[in-house]
Ligand binder design. Structure first.
Ligand SMILES: NC(=O)c1ccc[n+]([C@@H]2O[C@H](COP(=O)([O-])OP(=O)(O)OC[C@H]3O[C@@H](n4cnc5c(N)ncnc54)[C@H](O)[C@@H]3O)[C@@H](O)[C@H]2O)c1
Length: 358
């Protein structure tokens, strides 16, 4: 098992990267929980709830579970209310621990319940999608969608433990795995260009969940994210580099009425950001081609239909990344190094969006 330690003083925690749930009991035991509530969704509960429940029963006398219908549509305050009810019905107290078993939707919502129930109790992330194992379970952003806006209500709440069983990826639908690879490729562009070569050279073994290669990918992504959030927990500056590809990506996600997956839209947004960087001479055409090729290898589309430049641009201006009318954009200069800018022109933006429209 690999272990990454995140240092937030009293809120320090470990990310454990394992190939099974064998060491989960030992890790959770350290938290000395009075009661445990496992929160999961309707898909993940069928696959992993019994195994995780039985393991945690060996650690804590009172273990309960609550679940909701899988999918982004459940990520709202109505579901949160039902989860608060489960906390009350199961008598959770300040020493209790919430366990988030599932993808980013479960992690964001269970984390929000943990951040607010009794003004904050501890929670454990057991992420089961590639996106959650490489991104959303690390770093402490939790929350829900509201009034048509994604993640607009939320909090910063670091977990007490992240326990990754990489083998849970084997049951993930291929499209979900591919979407997660969008975020994985992002880490190479913003922090480590050589990682992109690794992803290309080992695509076959990564795609077949070979132990060493999948662990390398998970560890690399978690280390980069951990390093960034340790330096800037609440997105005062540096953390914004993690939004590479998200400025246009989120706009496409909204414009397509959430019919595309988050990671798929990030893939498209990355192409847009790179085409602006290429026009500025910050990355080469070969760099951009390399990313396009990598996205194709991992089955991520680099073009989207049914949208106009104006529609995408309008959605962008409604994004949280717009402050006082100024759009914050993350570009690359050079490949492997993110650069935050606020001077992207309308023409640059329009040309970049055109680069992914068919
Ligand atoms: N907090 C953060 O920093 C952060 C970062 C990125 C994304 N997010 C959020 O994460 C969410 C997306 O997360 P996601 O892509 O994991 O989506 P998700 O949680 O909806 O999971 C995707 C689908 O896969 C299913 N699933 C999960 N694990 C499985 C497994 N092992 N086998 C089979 N099926 C499985 C789920 O039931 C669901 O149907 C969005 O709401 C996004 O806003 C948060």
């Amino acid at each position: 098992m690999k272990r990454i330690h995140l240092d937030f003083d009293k809120r320090a925690y470990d990310i454990c990267i394992a190939q099974d749930f064998a060491l989960l009991a030992d890790e959770v035991k350290k938290l000395n929980a009075s009661k445990i509530l496992i929160i999961t969704d309707s898909n993940v509960s069928k696959l992993y709830l019994k195994e995780v429940y039985d393991i945690l029963k060996g650690v804590c006398t009172t273990v309960a579970s609550a679940q909701f219908a899988a999918g982004e549509m459940s990520k709202n305050l109505a579901t949160i209310q039902r989860l608060y009810e489960a906390c009350v019905q199961n008598g959770l107290d300040r020493k209790s621990v919430i366990v988030a078993l599932g993808g980013g939707v479960v992690g964001d919502m269970a984390g929000f319940v943990a951040a607010s129930f009794m003004r904050g109790i501890r929670f454990v992330q057991i992420p089961t999608t590639l996106l959650a194992q490489t991104d959303s379970s690390v770093g402490g952003k939790v929350g829900v969608d509201f009034a048509g806006y994604k993640n607009i209500i939320g909090a910063f709440k670091q977990p007490a433990l992240v326990y990754i069983n990489a083998q849970t990826l084997k049951s993930l639908p291929p499209r979900e795995f591919a979407a997660g690879m969008g975020e994985v490729i992002k880490y190479g562009i913003i922090r480590d260009a050589a990682f992109l070569d690794y992803l290309k050279a080992n695509a076959q073994r990564i795609g077949s969940f070979a132990t060493d290669e999948i662990e390398t990918v998970l560890e690399k992504c978690c280390r980069i994210k951990a390093d960034v959030v340790e330096q800037d927990e609440t997105e005062g500056g540096l953390r914004a580099i993690l939004n590479f590809g998200h400025t246009v990506g989120h706009a496409i996600e909204s414009a397509k009425d959430f019919s595309l997956l988050h990671g798929e839209c990030v893939g498209l947004g990355m192409i847009c950001a790179l085409s602006i960087a290429q026009e500025r001479g910050w990355v080469s055409q070969a760099d951009v081609e390399k990313v396009r090729e990598l996205l194709a290898i991992y089955d991520i589309k680099t073009q989207v239909d049914g949208l106009s430049v104006d529609t995408v641009a309008d959605f962008m201006m409604k994004d949280k990344k717009v402050e006082n009318g100024v759009l914050k954009f993350v570009l690359a200069e050079p490949m492997g190094n993110a650069k935050i800018v606020t001077d992207v022109t309308k023409q640059e933006l329009s040309d970049a969006i055109k680069a992914v429209l068919v």
